[in-house]
Design a protein around this ligand. Structure first.
Ligand code: NAI
Length: 455
């Protein structure tokens, strides 16, 4: 019997970090991964999309910087090269994860794993006919793209006309037109890339607004910026059918047929919890996601679930923190997760970043809050670098508890600035204390300082 202290199933950010931290804590760990280490984040999510978006940004800088005194002729965009570079970036980072596992003496099994109940009091996991046993399990099996039961969608995916976040990142030729079904985070980031490099993009979103729970004013700025790049939004639009080369949708003006070269399907993701034998040990699910508490424990003692598979917040950095909380609890250290302090970023151009609740969400909860909204133009560096931007930073302050409960930003550097805001939410410091922080000058981050002084 090959016996481990801990078996981790899934080698994405949740799984590999859990394995690393547990090994550093002195546990004998085995990690199973059926595809590539790094999971969706490294292979077909966060990292590859950021390489694409950076190329699009460079292209836009090269072609739209006349005001800044820079002009360039014959600027070309080579999408195939962008995809080639993406593959290289992914390879470097995936091999980095492999090396980290090796240096921490984690046993990595590259095969699909299935839990098969318990044997002699130990959890039994089988991969390629071989059995592995452990005292504890961490499930970190991630999520998969939702493929809705709309007529023609399954056939479209099979023919390659419809792509998900996975296939679109390997497409080596730019389509002339792209229909994006679902104006959430994946849809918007990919729409931003393709529209920036000359593809005619139409986003079809069934809700009244794009970007889910994102602040309304931020959504308006994003849509206005995108419209300048020729992007169209069909809101409150329901996709009825997909035929070869055509998306049929219905909105308040009736039924429409949109001819398009390609479709990106980005209507959400669901927890991957099927086919891994969770039923053999009785792990409780809720709508397909593993039910966990604030220590990431499931209903089964010594079984934890971290990352997208618990369906809480499907972000790589949530998975990181959840992995650490789970491992700390396994190692006997007290730790709980606080989801309200987790920042989120949409890497569009302009960038969107937020942490905590919007004013509207706070008011709906009956909280006594004040919101201040400061244009990014208050920050000298923003004016110097961005020229004319519509960026802003909103800070939501709980007047009763005297602490920041939400920060919502749109504009350059928002992705890098949001950490300081998340620390304000996490540490629960009052405005009087936050005013004593020294922000380097000139930085765009100073906009947060300006907002705090207006509270
Ligand atoms: P999402 O939940 O963000 O957005 C899906 C959108 O599709 C929603 O606006 C929804 O109303 C719409 N929708 C659903 N069914 C539809 C239909 N039949 N027709 C038209 N619209 C429809 O999901 P998305 O964009 O697929 O992303 C999945 C997950 O990946 C999210 O949890 C997201 O947070 C995460 N992610 C995070 C990133 C980041 O942090 N920068 C980047 C990419 C993904």
């Amino acid at each position: 019997m090959e016996l481990f202290d801990l078996i981790v199933i899934g080698g994405g950010p949740g799984g590999y970090l859990a394995a690393e931290r547990a090994a550093q804590g002195g546990l004998k760990v085995c990690l199973f991964e059926k595809r590539a280490l790094g999971g969706v984040c490294l292979n077909e999510g966060c990292i590859p999309t950021k390489t694409l978006l950076n190329s699009a940004k460079l292209y836009r800088h090269a072609t739209e910087s006349k005001n800044f005194g820079v002009t360039a002729e014959n600027v070309k965009f080579d999408h195939a090269q962008v995809i080639k570079r993406k593959a290289k970036v992914v390879k470097i980072l995936v091999s980095g994860v492999g090396m980290t596992m090796e240096s921490n003496k984690v046993t990595v099994v590259k095969a699909p794993a299935e839990i098969q109940g318990k044997e002699e009091g130990k959890f039994k996991v089988v991969a390629e006919g071989k059995a592995y046993h452990a005292d504890r399990l961490i499930i970190a099996t991630g999520s998969e793209a939702v493929v809705p039961p709309i007529p023609g969608v399954k056939e479209g995916v099979e023919s390659g006309f419809i792509t998900t976040n996975r296939e679109i990142l390997d497409m080596t030729e730019l389509p002339k037109t792209l229909a994006v079904i679902g104006g959430g985070v994946i849809g918007l980031e990919m729409a931003c890339y393709f529209a920036s490099v000359g593809v005619k993009v139409t986003v079809i979103e069934m809700m009244k607004k794009i970007a889910g729970p994102t602040d309304n004013d931020i959504c308006k700025v994003l849509m206005a910026e995108y419209a300048k790049r020729g992007m169209e939004f069909k809101l409150e639009a329901k996709v009825l059918e997909v035929k070869p080369g055509i998306v049929v949708y219905e909105d308040k003006d009736g039924k429409h047929e949109l001819a398009t070269d390609k479709v990106l399907l980005s209507v959400g993701r669901r927890a991957s919890t099927r086919g891994i034998g969770l039923e053999s040990i009785g792990v409780e699910l809720n709508r397909g996601a593993i039910v966990t508490d604030d220590k990431l424990m499931t209903n089964v003692p010594n079984v934890y679930a971290v990352g997208d598979c618990n369906g809480k917040i499907m972000l790589a950095h949530t998975a990181y923190r959840e992995a650490e909380v789970a491992v700390n609890n396994i190692l006997g250290k007290k730790d709980v997760i606080r989801y309200e302090c987790i920042p989120s970023v949409i890497y569009t151009d302009p960038e969107v970043a937020s942490v905590g609740d919007t004013k509207e969400a706070c008011l709906a909860k009956g909280m006594n809050v004040k919101e201040v909204n400061v244009p990014m133009m208050y920050a000298g560096r923003y004016v110097a670098e961005v020229d004319a931007g519509k960026g802003f930073c909103k800070v939501v302050y709980d007047l009763d508890k005297k602490r920041v409960v939400g920060v919502h930003m749109v504009g350059s550097y928002a992705s890098e600035m949001i950490l300081s805001a998340a620390m304000m939410v996490d540490t629960e410091l009052p405005a009087d204390r936050l005013k004593k922080f020294v922000f380097p000058h000139p930085t765009v981050c100073e906009v947060i300082r300006e907002a705090i002084f207006k509270l």
